[in-house]
Each structure stands twice: as C-alpha cells, then as structure tokens.
Design a protein around this ligand. Structure first.
Ligand code: GDP
Ligand code: MN
Length: 388
C-alpha cells in the first residue's frame, strides 16, 4: 500500500523525524489559509499523488508571496500531473501539501527497506540526493552506500555512524542524522513498511537535518495489524478495477497497453500464462490470480472485472484444477457469462481435477466458448483473436 507525502510526514512526526512545518490542503482557499498560518515566505505548494518526480513535472512550486500561493495552488489542484512514474496518462491532482520553504544547503538521499536477498534491513544513502537519484543509481552506483542491519540484533550506534561517515557528515549534523536514521529504522520495522524513502533529506543553511520529502510503502499483508495506517489508503489513487478486485480478495493487476484478458489459478501459472500470451504475439491486459481455493463467486467476479476493461479484445482462461476443481471454475464462468453477457471471444484451457465434468458444463452452457486442448493451442488461438 502506498500513502501520500503528507501522510508519510505525519508518521515521521510521530516518530520524531523532523519535517518542514505544513499541512494538507484540499482546496485553493485552504492552501491560502495554511500559507497565512505558516507566517512567512517562501511557501512550498506540492501536488499530492502516489508517484514521484513531481518536481520535474511541475507539481512542486516555491511561492514567494500570497499571490503566488494562490496562483500555484490553483494551477496544481486539478491538473493532470505527468511524471516519469505516472505513465503518459498522468494523475489528477486532488490534494496539496503546503509547507514552509526551507533554505537548502545540500540535498541527500536516504532510504530504509527490508532486503529480501540478505533477509536484513538495508539503509541506502547518497550525498548526491535530489531529483536525479535514478540517474545516480544507473551511472554512478558507487555514490550510493548501503548499510545492512540484522533485524534480530537491531540497529546500533555503529550502523548510524557508518551512514553519517559515508555521507561526509560530522559534528552536530552527524548527531542529528544518526538520531533520525535510528528513528526511521524503528518506523520501518514497527509499521511493516516495505520502503521508507526520503529524497531529498536536506541540510539547511542554518544547520538542521530535515526530511523534505517522504515516501512510505507498506506490506499489504501486514495491514490487518495497522488499522491506523490502513486508514491512510486513498482509493482515488488506485485503479478502480484493482479496488473492485481487492473486495473479493482477487489478485488483479491492470497491465497498460495489453488487449488479452486472462484468468489463472496460482500466481506462478498466471505469470507463465502472461509470458505465453506475449510469446504467441499478443499482449496481456492484466494479471489475475484467482487463487487455489477460489469459489464460483470469485471466478464470476474475476471474469466480470476482466470484461469491464474496454481494452480487452479476448480472454484466455488457464486453469490447472487442483483445489479449485474444473467443474467449479466452469460453473463460475458460465454464471458470469450469463450475467455479464460476453461479446468477445473466450478461450479456455483446463486440466486436472474434474476436467471432464468441467468440459461438459461448458459444452452444455450454449455459450460461445473456445476450448483449447493444451496451453500452446490456447495461446495460438488467443493470439489469432488479438490479430483480427
Ligand atoms: P519529487 O520531485 O516528487 O520527489 O518532490 P520533492 O518533494 O522531492 O521536491 C522536489 C524538489 O523541490 C526538491 O528536490 C527541492 O529541490 C525542491 N524543494 C522542495 N521543497 C523545497 C523547499 O522548502 N525549499 C527549496 N528551496 N526547495 C524545495
Ligand atoms: Mn523527492
């Protein structure tokens, strides 16, 4: 789960990580009011969307006076912000963060996240922080330092010192930084975050270390034990079909630019099926794992969600019947097809438990479903449909 910068900063404050003073605004009037409360200029007006690269896309502006606050808040609220992370369609801005503008001496990069490879918590830090960190990572990866922490032992003073040293910090700045890194470690572990990122972490001209930006992603599977964080979820920022799918505990992910819908049981088989669709010359429009123990109702909902995507020109259903028996799948598909009405070709490949019963249900349904004898046959058939 992703959250907004203003929400990440609320969590930072809760953990004692210094941030600029500021507040979220949902209208231009509110933005002006917050700017007035902050008391002096410059004030930063920032688009709140679940994507980075806002600065380069024109979603972060420094206002020198009240008139500029008005101007920037009006232009950013309601704009479709396109950044390298939003894709070409961009994202509609519905919220702002209005903050005190700070005098920046230096922009650093700092993140903390679980590292699957080592089963440790890793800090990544760089002196070359700011808006071009992706380029730094690609061209000069040696400028990014990493410090690994065994979660069973926890974060110690020497971890923080190693980071501070790597960032060329000394004296009071190093002290402030170390205290902050220790708090971020705590936040990351306690909230089940999958990423805590601050870019830039700034050194101000008056010698303070402050989180100027904030991004936190959480492990969805842990949200049941963080009800307060789960409340931060913003459905406006999610794909409507994915929101709908999550209601039925379906693992659905929309793929941009594909036109072949697919429904599969098991994440591994679903990924392999997407590869096979691609290999046959078509492009998958989604990932959908209905799970091993899907009910007929879940199959029905999954099918309905795939069909609601206007870019889908054909559907491939690939089921290996195990716990999810083929007859149950067939019933789900038939029910859904009757309710939703299918106007596009559907190719089905089934194998495994109760496959004969499943085939019979499909055959007797009177629906125009194309059965494939095996997976490569299914892929060929769906690719031909895509080419039409
Ligand atoms: P992002 O582009 O989506 O990552 O948004 P950021 O929050 O990182 O802001 C982008 C850039 O705006 C930062 O790297 C800063 O250079 C600039 N910026 C943001 N807030 C301030 C501020 O308070 N003072 C100054 N001088 N620059 C700021
Ligand atoms: Mn940033």
């Amino acid at each position: 789960m992703k959250i907004h910068e203003y929400q990440a900063k609320e969590l930072f404050q809760k953990y004692g990580v210094p941030t600029p003073r500021g507040k979220a605004a949902f209208s231009v009037d509110e933005a002006k009011k917050i700017a007035a409360e902050l008391g002096n200029f410059p004030v930063v007006v920032k688009a709140q969307i679940h994507a980075g690269g806002r600065g380069k896309g024109g979603g972060v502006k420094l206002a020198k006076n009240a008139a500029e606050v008005n101007q920037y808040a009006s232009s950013i609220l309601g704009m479709t912000l396109v950044t390298h992370q939003t894709g070409p369609e961009g994202r509609l801005v519905k919220k702002l963060l209005v903050e005190e503008g700070l005098p920046i001496e230096k922009e650093l990069y700092l993140s903390v996240l679980p590292d699957r490879g080592t089963a440790k918590i890793v800090f990544m830090a760089s002196e070359a922080g700011g808006m071009d960190i992706e380029e730094v990572a690609a061209k000069t990866p040696e400028k990014i330092i990493k410090v690994y922490i065994d979660p069973l032992l926890g974060m110690k003073g020497y971890h923080a010192n190693e980071l501070a040293f790597g960032l060329n910090l000394s004296g009071d700045l190093a002290k402030q930084f170390s205290a902050m890194a220790t708090k971020l470690y705590k936040l990351c572990v306690e909230t089940d975050a999958s990423l805590v990122e601050i870019n830039p972490l700034i050194l101000t001209k008056d010698g303070r270390v402050i989180a100027l930006d904030g991004k936190i992603n959480f492990d969805d599977n842990a949200m049941y034990r963080h009800k307060d964080i789960a409340e931060y979820r913003d459905l406006d920022e999610e794909d409507p079909a994915e929101v709908e799918a999550s209601k039925y505990e379906l693992n659905y992910i929309k793929m941009p630019s594909g036109n072949i819908g697919n429904m599969v049981n098991g994440a591994g088989l679903a990924m392999a099926t997407m590869d096979i669709i691609q290999l046959a010359g078509a492009t998958p429009a989604n990932f959908l794992d209905v799970g091993g123990g899907a009910s007929a109702e879940q199959v029905e909902n999954g099918f309905r969600i795939i069909l609601s995507d206007p870019s889908v020109k054909g559907v491939l259903i690939n089921i290996f019947g195990g716990i999810l028996r083929c007859d149950r799948l067939a019933n789900g598909v038939v029910e859904a097809a009757k309710k939703v009405g299918i106007k596009i070709p559907v190719v089905i490949r089934m194998e495994g438990t109760n496959v004969e019963e499943g085939r019979e249900i499909l055959a007797k349904s009177g629906l125009n479903l194309i059965t494939a004898k095996d997976i490569s046959d299914a892929a060929q058939k769906i690719a031909e449909i895509a080419k039409r």
